[in-house]
Structures are given as C-alpha cells and as structure tokens.
Design a protein around this ligand. Structure first.
Ligand code: NAD
Length: 480
C-alpha cells in the first residue's frame, strides 16, 4: 500500500519526502513505523486505495512563529526571496495587522508588509493547525529571564508543544530564539517527538540558527549578514542551510545545534563585557577629568586589535541584558561560575545608579533637592531610533528618581505611550510629553536622531547627557 500526502490538489510527497515514507507494508510495520502511519492518517496522508479527500489548504514554504522584532523581518526576507510565508503569533492583533498590510514596529515600513501581502507571499494567523501546511517552521519567540534571573523557556516550550500535534513527516523545524547550548536537543526535540510520534533526524528535520537582527540600523542589510546554522544531523543541517540560502548570501554551517547556540551567546557576551569595560572606564576617567568619548575616538584609529564600544545609562533590549545569563545558568550544571559575565552584568546594571548620582550633582549645583524636582527624561527606547523599550535603563532611572520624590516626565518620539511589558509595570500607560524648559533637569538617555536638532544652549536647564549626544554643550552640562 502506498501513501501520499494529499492537500487539495497539491501533492507534497515529492518535495520534502524522506526515503522511509515511500512504501509501507502494514504486515511488516515496526513500532516506529506504526507511529509514522498514525501520523500519516492524522495529517491527511491517505492510502491510494482510499477515495476520501483531505481538506484543501494553502501551502507555505516557511512558517515563522513569533512575529516580533526578529520574526517580522524574517517573514519579509523570505517573502522577498519569493517564498510563500505564513506568520504565526499567539497575539492575533499582530496577525491581523499583517493581513491589513500595517506595521506595528516603528522601523519596519507598512509598505514592505503591504507589498508582500498583495503579492500573496505573506499571510498571518494565530491558528497553529495551519503549520501542517508549511515545509519549514521557524521559531522566534521570546527567551527572557525569570524574576530570579534564570532562563525562562516557557515561551519556547509552549510554542513547541503547540507545533507538535501538527508536525508531519519531512518538515523542518528551526529554533531561532537565543538560548543556552543544549536547548534544541534537550528541550525542543523531546517535546516535538513526544507530541508528534515522529523522530528527529528520521521523520522530521531539526536545526538551530541564531538571529543577528540589528533593529533600526539603516546600514544593516539582512542578506549581507552571514547566518550560522547547526543541525541535529547532517541531513538536518543540509535542509536548514538550503532554506537560509534563499535569504542570505553566506550561510555558516557548524557541527551541531549546540555550537550554533553557543555562537550566539558568545557574540552577546562579548558585547556585554566590552560595554561593561567602557562603562567602568567612563566613571574612572570622569573623576580624572578625562572625556571617555574622546579616548574611544582616539583608540578607534588603531587599525588592528581594537574595536569601539560605547558607554551608556545601562543595558536594554531583549538581548545583551539577558542572554549572557542563559550561559551562567547552564554553566552551573557543569560546576562553573561565569565570573566575568556576572561582573560585567554587575557593572552594567549599576549604570542607572551612576546616572542618578549625576542628576543629583546637577540638582545640587542648583541648590535643589531631588525630592520635588521636576525631571524630564529624553528617550525611553533602549537605543536610538527604535521603539523597543524592553529592559530599558530609562525605566530604572525614572523609578529610582520617583522613589526619591522627584516628579518625572518623559519624551520619546518613538514611544508615544509606554506599553505594558514584562518589567515596566510602574510606568506602563504613561504618555510622552513635549520638550519644554519647565524642568529642573533634563536627562538624555537615548540619542534619537530627532534630538540632534535641540539647541540645549538656549534651554538653560541642567542637562545630564548619557550618550555624548550634545555637541554644543550648555553651561550646566553633566556627562553621565
Ligand atoms: N530583538 C532583537 O534584536 C533580537 C536579536 C537577535 C535575537 N533575538 C532573539 O529572538 C527571540 C525573539 O525576540 P524578539 O525581539 O523578536 O521578541 P518579541 O517580543 O519582539 O517577539 C516575540 C513574539 O512572539 C510572540 N509569542 C510569544 N509566545 C508565543 C507563542 N507561544 N506562540 C507564538 N508566538 C508567541 C509574541 O506575541 C511576540 O509577537 C528572542 O530569543 C531574542 O533573544 C532578538
């Protein structure tokens, strides 16, 4: 008896077929093959003697789960390559916006989404059953930390549990979320296998490929950024590499999923540690009367062995403040303390306190206490020209000032209203206010391009600048 996958008029059996599926004789079925047969009938794989027809369905080359800062650009890159893309998110408002051709991420133009939707290359849903019609499933859901700063894999786990009942033979599943080495093999694989009755590397392909999205950087071009890929097996690696070759010029295959997972962590740990270094130097040099920004500019002229990192009010975003601690947690399993990572984390998380000290200095020089002073914070996005305010150090600064009795407002052209997030309960719902001189101090936390046109010289309000953003410095200027 022969089996083939019938989805309306489409026949998928050739495209992603694995050798084992071609012919199955029921009398000779092994335990593993019985599981496969069950899966075939569940997924609409019907006997060629069976006249019942499977439901017709739209087929997709790629399904991307998690339509956030990583998932949405990934959808657009595949759609641009000519692939038929399905976006999937538990948040149905995102799916609806995509279908309507509307962007919900500031730096991604609605026109790009509308063009992909009109060309019938992109659609979106919150219905996980549609995943069975996709050849590849890419997972881009959040990987935050718990309140105790341990990895929170609940989003990955619930996504994988939701995929499993719809997984069919020959599909490729790739985890893109940043995580500790071992997640794909130890967490994703068992859930998929248990929930589907299929075997990784035999019945479906499994891989890990970290994202290198640089939101809001106009110089970053998706296809120019090489993509690291690790597979559960050689065939899994080949499948994943050929998929990503559609959207990037350079695919970097590595030995296994763990290497790919560790690569992403190394990149982000490298950044966290180097940012901690310049943050520490900033404080020391300031006391020596040395401008750290001028030092960095001068050091950057060295053509080898140095690359610039810049100080700031603290770390923000979904990556650098979080990812290094995924390794910290996993290293404990091997009896190791990641001392350098933790020290860097300590320095970086102390930066908002340094900013508070500088605000206090500014107010003190004007004979004002923090309590009752009006402070305007410029920028709550964690970096310039984006609307991403996750883990923003601005919120720590606002909270700390308010705990001391200050009256704090914020301005951010990219964040008109603060959305509720995982760690901003105290400020959620507040709205951006116009920039005026009615304040006792202004704190520039994010160097949005639009702030470049403000003439602080004319404002005559003490300015605490965390980004070296002010070229014409007012009389009462405080670097922080
Ligand atoms: N933001 C970046 O610049 C960046 C860069 C590289 C890697 N990463 C990594 O990529 C991953 C995603 O980050 P992001 O910034 O895109 O996050 P995000 O919060 O912007 O987007 C995640 C999306 O996943 C959705 N989601 C949550 N649970 C889901 C579920 N169970 N099923 C389906 N959808 C679900 C959310 O609704 C949201 O739309 C994280 O692991 C992050 O560390 C992020």
């Amino acid at each position: 008896m022969k089996f083939s996958l019938r989805l309306g008029n489409n026949n998928l059996s050739g495209k992603y077929s694995m050798e084992a599926r071609a012919t199955v004789t029921p009398r000779q079925l092994t335990k593993h093959e019985i599981r496969k047969e069950k899966s075939h009938s569940r997924l609409g794989l019907v006997s060629s003697n069976d006249d019942s027809t499977a439901a017709s369905a739209e087929l997709h080359d790629v399904a991307v789960i998690g339509l956030g800062y990583v998932g949405l650009p990934l959808c657009l890159a595949f759609a641009k390559s000519g692939a038929n893309v399905l976006g999937v998110d538990v948040d149905s408002t995102k799916a609806n916006k995509i279908i309507a051709g509307e962007s919900y991420i500031k730096h991604i133009p609605s026109g790009d989404i509308a063009a992909a939707v009109e060309a019938k290359k992109l659609t979106a849903t919150d219905d996980f059953s549609k995943l069975m019609n996709a050849e590849a499933i890419l997972i881009c859901v959040p990987t935050p930390l718990t309140v105790n700063r341990t990895p929170d894999l609940s989003y990955v786990e619930s996504t994988v549990r939701a995929i499993a009942p719809h997984l069919r033979e020959g599909q490729l599943v790739v985890l893109e979320s940043t995580t500790y080495p071992g997640t794909t093999d130890e967490v994703v694989k068992p859930i998929l296998e248990k929930g589907s009755g299929l075997i990784a590397g035999e019945d479906f392909y499994l891989a890990y490929s970290p994202e290198r999205e640089d939101p809001g950087n106009p110089k970053s071009n998706f296809s120019d950024c090489p993509k690291v890929v690790g597979g559960f097996s050689r065939r899994c690696l080949e499948k994943a590499c050929s998929l990503y070759k559609r959207i990037v010029k350079n695919v970097v295959p590595v030995s296994d999923c763990k290497i790919a997972e560790a690569t992403k962590l190394m990149e982000n740990i490298f950044r966290s540690i180097n940012i901690a270094l310049v943050n520490e130097l900033k404080v020391i040099y300031a006391q020596m009367g040395i401008d750290v920004w001028e030092v960095i500019r001068a050091a950057s002229t060295k053509p080898y062995g140095y690359m610039p990192f810049y100080p700031g009010p603290g770390l923000g975003g979904h990556c650098i403040p979080i990812d290094p601690f995924y390794l910290t947690w996993k290293a404990l399993e091997y009896g190791h303390h990641t001392r350098l990572i933790e020290l860097a984390g300590e320095i970086n998380t102390s930066m908002p306190d340094y900013v508070i000290t500088r605000i206090t200095d500014a107010l003190n020089d004007a004979s004002k206490p923090v309590r009752g002073s009006r402070v305007l914070v410029l920028g709550v996005a964690y970096k310039a020209n984006v609307d991403d305010d996750r883990e923003s150090p601005s919120y720590k600064i606002i909270e700390s000032l308010e705990n001391r009795g200050a009256l704090v407002s914020y301005n951010d052209p990219h964040v008109p209203v603060i959305r509720e997030g995982r760690s901003n309960g105290a400020v959620a719902g507040r709205a951006s206010v116009p920039i005026t001189t009615d304040y006792d101090a202004i704190v520039l936390c994010t160097d949005h391009e639009s702030y470049g046109s403000i003439d602080f010289m004319k404002m005559d309000v003490p300015l605490v600048d965390c980004r070296n953003a002010c070229q014409r410095r007012p009389r009462n200027y405080y670097a922080a």
